[in-house]
Design a protein around this ligand. Sequence first.
Ligand SMILES: CC(C)(COP(=O)(O)OP(=O)(O)OC[C@H]1O[C@@H](n2cnc3c(N)ncnc32)[C@H](O)[C@@H]1OP(=O)(O)O)[C@@H](O)C(=O)NCCC(=O)NCCS
Length: 157
Amino acid sequence: MRKVARGSSLKPRIRPAKKEDLPAILELEKICFKEETFHKRQIEYLLLKARSLVLVASLEGNIVGSVIILLRKHISNARIYSLNVHPSYRRKGIGSSLIDKSENLLAKMGYRNLTLEAGVNNIAARNLYTLKGLSVVRKIKKYYKNGDDALRFIKKL
Ligand SMILES: CC(C)(COP(=O)(O)OP(=O)(O)OC[C@H]1O[C@@H](n2cnc3c(N)ncnc32)[C@H](O)[C@@H]1OP(=O)(O)O)[C@@H](O)C(=O)NCCC(=O)NCCS
């Protein structure tokens, strides 16, 4: 994938994921979450069978970002399970655009809250979520396999 200069924001096309996007989403998962990545079957399930909202960000036909949001019947909370932007395309507003679009669609679907967890040491994610108006509600000890703590964020939609 072509590298882009830092600093300028990009306007990706954000759309619901299709079955054909599965390999690209999986690849992004592998690149972005080296330790705790989803497996093909899990992504396939989330994309095709689960009650979920999966969006991809594409630039010139290449998928450069994705978000997987888990939904539950009769529950007004929507939970971001995974948010990834390809390393060559970070700090260009793509993560931010994926969150904006997700919030917009979820609000229209009747969801009231957006929740998610981010590692206490994941400064990029923590800054991004704070910027998007999410607030920390609690710390969850040893949330990740490597023993790291997580912060739970929430935002009213
Ligand atoms: C977190 C992630 C999705 C951010 O995506 P992105 O497209 O780079 O985010 P944006 O360009 O929309 O950033 C918006 C703001 O978030 C903050 N931010 C993003 N990356 C940051 C970083 N590396 N360091 C500090 N702040 C950062 C900044 O405030 C940024 O605004 P600015 O660039 O004008 O300063 C991306 O870094 C990523 O995929 N990381 C690996 C996977 C991951 O950790 N996902 C989140 C799991 S909870």
